[in-house]
Design a protein around this ligand. Structure first.
Ligand code: AMP
Length: 115
């Protein structure tokens, strides 16, 4: 079940601050508090979805969210490229149980996976 008290739910409700990059009716994008690259932004849907699969199964408008991800990428000016990651569940290393996409870039990134 979706945890209404997860940190991203609190950001969506305005209870804790975030460094906003982009917002529309579908999504909010903000800088990761612990950046793993010179650009590290998170994009979250506004609805209560736990993970990628939960979002795709339940959301009425999946496309609206992904268009918001693309708008965010344009604003970040990542012409040299970028990486999108969505961690899911225990094996995926997901820490915050509200679906999110990591946008990483601004420099040449390292190997895709390290154990
Ligand atoms: P994940 O492991 O995919 O669930 O990623 C969660 C991400 O949320 C991590 O990269 C954290 O650094 C980031 N994070 C946690 N709390 C905050 C916060 N208050 N503001 C911005 N990013 C956060």
């Amino acid at each position: 079940m979706y945890d209404q008290n997860n940190i991203f739910a609190k950001i969506l409700r305005g209870e804790i601050p975030a460094k906003k990059v982009y917002e529309d009716e579908y999504a909010l994008a903000f800088h990761d508090i612990s950046a793993k690259a010179s650009v590290h932004v998170l994009v979250i849907p506004k609805g209560p979805y736990i993970s990628f699969s939960d979002f795709v199964e339940k959301a009425d408008d999946v496309t609206g969210f992904y268009k918001a991800v693309e708008e965010t990428i344009k604003l970040l000016d990542l012409k040299q490229g970028f990486r999108l990651i969505s961690n899911s569940g225990i094996n995926g290393g997901q820490e915050v149980p509200h679906f999110h996409i990591h946008i990483l870039g601004g420099e040449k990134l390292g190997p895709m996976i390290s154990k």
